[in-house]
Structures are given as structure tokens and as C-alpha cells.
Design a protein. Structure first.
Ligand code: ZN
Length: 274
């Protein structure tokens, strides 16, 4: 569930506290998280390493380590990465998957109820090829209407599915795809390659505006998302269509509808999106 805005918020919170710290201990309460490495090998590759930077690529959070390795974390559905031990009341001890003890007596806790989250160590060349396969970063200045046009060109898949494809644009998930399409006034089932030049410009602006506004509102907490300090986001209160089926549309007064596109619940307004 955490998408680009949520991971970016966590990154901004972690970086000042983690940069320059050394990993002293690695606790692995849930060995499945270190796959394909065994917990012991995982720990020994991290122990003693200094954290040089905390970066984000798509929905991946990256602890860049001295020597060029990276600890790459993906929160998937219910992962929570926080400084505090207790972030969500319903999370029990068995939901704790990874603990990273740092110099300066702070620790980072990875909680994950559904256990789809991952933590992988990549060497610098592995990281280059792994992230090289990932799509463009939509908030970068270099991502513009022309770039988007090229990505969309002659594709027949529905726009909603195109926006979720991490090999095209990295970081957009179900929430922000719905919200960006509503803001752009474009129907989620339109074939990706069918947009006019004006619509591509509108979609580019809508993607950036939606993601930026979500970051400024501390992300979306529908269910289990919390930031690194254990706080909820507020952007769910600003959703215009996502999860608002049957409610009046803020644009036209019509009714928000829900359909399935590529197996994903998709919310839109038939009056505003064509
Ligand atoms: Zn509407």
C-alpha cells in the first residue's frame, strides 16, 4: 500500500537520523525476510557498515552503505519502518520482522503484518541492473509531457494499468493512479496510446500535483501506513475518488463509481472523466 509519497516521507525522516551511523546489530525475528540469504549471512554483511545515504527509487527505500552495497527495503502491503517499537496497536510481537541496531543507541524496526515486505542486500552492480529495469521517476524535473508521451505511444493497455506498471513509471500505485486520472479528467479504461497532446500534458501535471500534494499532507493512511515516527498521513481525507464509491463527486456533483481494471478496484467519476 505505501506508494511513492509514503516512501519518500519515510526517507526524509530516516536520512537525518541514519546518515553517518554504523549498523551494530541485526536482529531477524522472521527469517523469511532475508531470503535468499540466511539471517546469519544477512547480518554479517550489514554489521559494521556505515550508512552513507538514504535514498528512494519508486517504492523502494535504499540504505546506501559504505563500500557501495545497498540494503533495499520494500514495504509492500503492510510494512512499517519506524524508530519506535510500538507503532500500531494491533501489531503483535510476531509481526516484527527485522531490527537494525545503530551506533548512537537507536534502532530501526520493520513491522509487517502480512509479511510481503522484503529486505535485500544488493552489491553496487546488482543495484545498477535492478534499478535500471525500473521505470522513470515521475517527480524528477526530467520527467515531462514529452517523456510521458513516449512512454504512452501506441500502447493499447488501459491507462490505469499503464500507470501501475512499475517498469514504465516507478512509484505510482492504486491510490495515486485513481487520483491522478481524476485530476486529469481522463477515463481509466482509455487505451494508453489514445491520449491527445493536451491530455498527455494534463496527465503529466496531474501525476506530479497529486504526488506532491500527498507528500505535503504526510501521505495516505487507509489502513496500516505509518511514517517513521509512527504518525498517520492525512491525504486520505483529500481523496477525490479513491475509496469514495457512491459518494458525490466534488467536481460535478455526480456519483463516484467503482470498476475493476486489470484486477484492481478503480474509482472514477463518469461525469468528469472521459
Ligand atoms: Zn464528477
Amino acid at each position: 500500500m505505501p506508494e511513492l509519497p509514503e516512501v519518500e516521507i519515510i526517507r526524509r525522516q530516516l536520512e537525518p537520523s541514519l546518515k553517518g551511523k554504523t549498523i551494530l546489530h541485526v536482529g531477524v525475528p522472521d527469517p523469511s525476510i532475508t531470503t535468499p540469504l540466511r539471517p546469519r549471512a544477512f547480518g554479517s554483511r550489514l554489521r559494521g557498515k556505515k550508512i552513507m545515504a538514504v535514498s528512494r527509487r519508486g517504492k523502494y527505500l535504499r540504505l546506501e552503505l559504505q563500500g557501495g552495497e545497498m540494503l533495499v527495503i520494500h514495504l509492500r502491503m503492510t510494512g512499517v519502518l519506524a524508530f519506535k517499537e510500538r507503532v500500531i496497536k494491533k501489531y503483535e510481537r510476531r509481526h516484527l520482522r527485522l531490527v537494525i541496531g545503530l551506533s548512537g543507541s537507536s534502532s530501526l524496526f520493520f513491522w509487517d503484518q502480512r509479511r510481503f515486505g522484503t529486505a535485500r542486500i544488493l552489491q553496487s552492480d546488482e543495484a545498477r541492473s535492478f534499478f535500471g529495469r525500473l521505470g522513470r521517476e515521475p517527480l524528477k524535473r526530467s520527467f515531462n509531457a514529452m517523456v510521458l508521451q513516449r512512454l504512452l505511444d501506441s500502447r493499447k493497455q488501459p491507462l490505469k494499468s499503464f500507470l501501475l506498471d512499475q517498469s514504465k513509471i516507478a512509484g505510482i500505485g492504486n491510490i495515486y493512479a485513481d487520483e491522478a486520472l481524476f485530476r486529469a479528467g481522463i477515463h481509466p479504461l482509455r487505451p494508453a496510446g489514445s491520449l491527445s497532446v493536451t491530455e498527455v500534458r494534463r496527465l503529466n501535471r496531474a501525476i506530479k500535483a497529486t504526488l506532491r500534494e500527498a507528500i505535503s499532507m504526510a501521505g495516505s493512511s487507509i489502513d496500516t501506513y505509518r511514517d517513521a515516527r509512527g504518525q498517520r498521513g492525512r491525504f486520505q481525507e483529500a481523496f477525490r475518488v479513491h475509496r469514495r464509491v457512491g459518494e458525490p463527486c466534488s467536481g460535478c456533483g455526480g456519483t463516484v463509481e467503482k470498476i475493476r481494471v486489470g484486477g484492481r478496484g478503480t474509482y472514477y467519476c463518469p461525469g468528469c472523466q472521459e
